[in-house]
Design a protein around this ligand. Structure first.
Ligand code: CU
Length: 156
Protein backbone atom coordinates (compact mmCIF):
# COMPACT_ATOMS: atom_id res chain seq x y z
CA UNK A 1 0.00 0.00 0.00
CA UNK A 2 2.77 2.43 0.91
CA UNK A 3 4.59 1.51 -2.29
CA UNK A 4 1.47 2.29 -4.30
CA UNK A 5 1.04 5.68 -2.64
CA UNK A 6 4.67 6.51 -3.36
CA UNK A 7 4.25 5.44 -6.98
CA UNK A 8 1.14 7.58 -7.42
CA UNK A 9 2.91 10.56 -5.87
CA UNK A 10 5.85 10.07 -8.23
CA UNK A 11 3.54 9.88 -11.23
CA UNK A 12 1.64 12.97 -10.11
CA UNK A 13 4.91 14.83 -9.68
CA UNK A 14 6.01 13.81 -13.14
CA UNK A 15 2.74 14.97 -14.65
CA UNK A 16 3.02 18.31 -12.86
CA UNK A 17 6.55 18.83 -14.14
CA UNK A 18 5.45 17.96 -17.65
CA UNK A 19 2.50 20.37 -17.49
CA UNK A 20 4.59 23.26 -16.20
CA UNK A 21 7.28 22.66 -18.82
CA UNK A 22 4.82 22.77 -21.68
CA UNK A 23 2.98 25.82 -20.35
CA UNK A 24 6.29 27.74 -20.22
CA UNK A 25 7.22 26.74 -23.75
CA UNK A 26 6.78 30.16 -25.40
CA UNK A 27 10.19 30.86 -26.91
CA UNK A 28 12.65 28.12 -26.18
CA UNK A 29 12.22 26.99 -22.59
CA UNK A 30 12.27 29.91 -20.16
CA UNK A 31 13.10 28.80 -16.67
CA UNK A 32 12.69 32.14 -14.94
CA UNK A 33 9.47 34.11 -15.24
CA UNK A 34 8.63 37.60 -14.05
CA UNK A 35 4.89 38.15 -14.10
CA UNK A 36 3.15 41.47 -14.50
CA UNK A 37 -0.26 40.73 -13.01
CA UNK A 38 -3.29 42.99 -13.43
CA UNK A 39 -1.50 45.62 -11.35
CA UNK A 40 1.53 47.81 -11.99
CA UNK A 41 4.29 45.63 -10.53
CA UNK A 42 6.86 42.97 -11.37
CA UNK A 43 6.43 39.65 -9.53
CA UNK A 44 8.79 38.63 -8.08
CA UNK A 45 10.49 41.95 -7.38
CA UNK A 46 13.85 40.19 -7.07
CA UNK A 47 15.13 37.05 -8.75
CA UNK A 48 18.48 35.24 -8.78
CA UNK A 49 19.60 33.49 -11.98
CA UNK A 50 22.85 32.03 -13.30
CA UNK A 51 25.04 33.19 -16.17
CA UNK A 52 23.49 32.06 -19.46
CA UNK A 53 19.95 31.86 -18.06
CA UNK A 54 16.98 33.43 -19.81
CA UNK A 55 14.40 35.51 -17.97
CA UNK A 56 10.96 35.89 -19.51
CA UNK A 57 8.56 38.69 -18.61
CA UNK A 58 4.86 37.95 -19.13
CA UNK A 59 2.49 40.92 -19.12
CA UNK A 60 -0.92 39.69 -18.02
CA UNK A 61 -2.24 43.20 -17.49
CA UNK A 62 -4.53 44.90 -19.98
CA UNK A 63 -2.11 47.86 -20.08
CA UNK A 64 1.32 48.03 -21.73
CA UNK A 65 4.39 48.04 -19.48
CA UNK A 66 8.09 48.51 -20.16
CA UNK A 67 11.39 47.03 -19.10
CA UNK A 68 14.00 49.80 -19.07
CA UNK A 69 17.49 49.16 -17.75
CA UNK A 70 18.54 51.40 -14.88
CA UNK A 71 22.00 52.07 -16.28
CA UNK A 72 23.22 54.01 -13.23
CA UNK A 73 23.21 50.72 -11.31
CA UNK A 74 23.47 47.94 -13.90
CA UNK A 75 26.44 45.63 -13.76
CA UNK A 76 24.92 42.69 -15.68
CA UNK A 77 24.81 44.12 -19.19
CA UNK A 78 21.87 45.16 -21.36
CA UNK A 79 22.53 48.86 -20.79
CA UNK A 80 20.23 50.99 -22.89
CA UNK A 81 17.47 48.40 -22.94
CA UNK A 82 14.04 49.95 -23.45
CA UNK A 83 11.32 47.50 -24.43
CA UNK A 84 7.55 47.86 -24.34
CA UNK A 85 5.73 44.64 -23.44
CA UNK A 86 2.20 44.93 -24.77
CA UNK A 87 -0.73 44.27 -22.47
CA UNK A 88 -3.65 42.13 -23.55
CA UNK A 89 -5.51 45.17 -24.95
CA UNK A 90 -2.75 45.71 -27.52
CA UNK A 91 -1.85 42.07 -28.14
CA UNK A 92 -5.02 40.43 -29.42
CA UNK A 93 -6.14 39.40 -25.95
CA UNK A 94 -2.94 37.49 -25.19
CA UNK A 95 -0.24 38.37 -22.64
CA UNK A 96 2.78 40.19 -24.06
CA UNK A 97 6.03 38.26 -23.70
CA UNK A 98 9.65 39.42 -23.66
CA UNK A 99 12.79 37.38 -22.97
CA UNK A 100 16.34 38.39 -22.10
CA UNK A 101 19.41 36.20 -21.66
CA UNK A 102 22.08 37.16 -19.15
CA UNK A 103 25.81 36.59 -19.55
CA UNK A 104 27.98 38.83 -17.34
CA UNK A 105 27.47 38.19 -13.63
CA UNK A 106 26.16 41.22 -11.76
CA UNK A 107 22.93 43.00 -10.95
CA UNK A 108 20.34 43.99 -13.54
CA UNK A 109 18.08 46.75 -12.24
CA UNK A 110 15.12 47.83 -14.31
CA UNK A 111 11.90 49.78 -14.14
CA UNK A 112 8.74 50.62 -16.06
CA UNK A 113 8.85 54.34 -16.88
CA UNK A 114 5.07 54.47 -17.32
CA UNK A 115 4.70 53.69 -13.62
CA UNK A 116 7.98 54.87 -12.12
CA UNK A 117 8.53 58.34 -13.56
CA UNK A 118 9.44 61.53 -11.71
CA UNK A 119 6.98 64.33 -11.17
CA UNK A 120 7.72 68.04 -11.63
CA UNK A 121 9.41 68.09 -8.21
CA UNK A 122 11.63 65.12 -9.20
CA UNK A 123 9.77 62.88 -6.78
CA UNK A 124 8.98 59.34 -7.95
CA UNK A 125 5.37 58.84 -8.94
CA UNK A 126 4.25 55.50 -7.55
CA UNK A 127 1.44 53.54 -9.13
CA UNK A 128 -1.62 52.99 -7.05
CA UNK A 129 -3.79 52.05 -5.37
CA UNK A 130 -3.06 48.38 -6.08
CA UNK A 131 0.20 48.51 -8.00
CA UNK A 132 3.81 48.95 -7.05
CA UNK A 133 5.68 47.24 -4.27
CA UNK A 134 3.50 47.12 -1.18
CA UNK A 135 4.07 46.30 2.44
CA UNK A 136 1.51 44.81 4.84
CA UNK A 137 0.28 48.29 5.71
CA UNK A 138 -0.56 49.12 2.12
CA UNK A 139 2.41 51.39 1.51
CA UNK A 140 2.31 52.18 -2.21
CA UNK A 141 5.46 54.27 -2.17
CA UNK A 142 7.68 52.15 -4.41
CA UNK A 143 7.40 52.62 -8.15
CA UNK A 144 7.27 49.74 -10.63
CA UNK A 145 10.78 48.28 -10.75
CA UNK A 146 12.66 45.04 -10.32
CA UNK A 147 16.08 43.45 -9.73
CA UNK A 148 17.75 40.39 -11.23
CA UNK A 149 20.93 39.03 -9.64
CA UNK A 150 23.08 37.15 -12.15
CA UNK A 151 25.50 34.74 -10.46
CA UNK A 152 28.31 32.75 -11.97
CA UNK A 153 28.15 29.03 -11.25
CA UNK A 154 31.00 29.24 -8.77
CA UNK A 155 28.88 31.56 -6.61
CA UNK A 156 26.34 28.78 -5.92
CU1 CU B 1 4.21 49.79 -16.10
Amino acid sequence: MYVLVALVATLAGGLFLHASASSADFQGQPRHIVLIPDTDKFVPFHMTVHVGDTVTWINQDTDDHSVVSNDAFNTAGHNGLNVVIPGTDNNGGKPGIFSLRFFPPGTFMYYCPFHAHLDSDSQPVAPGPDGGIQDANGNFGTPMNGVISVKSFGDG
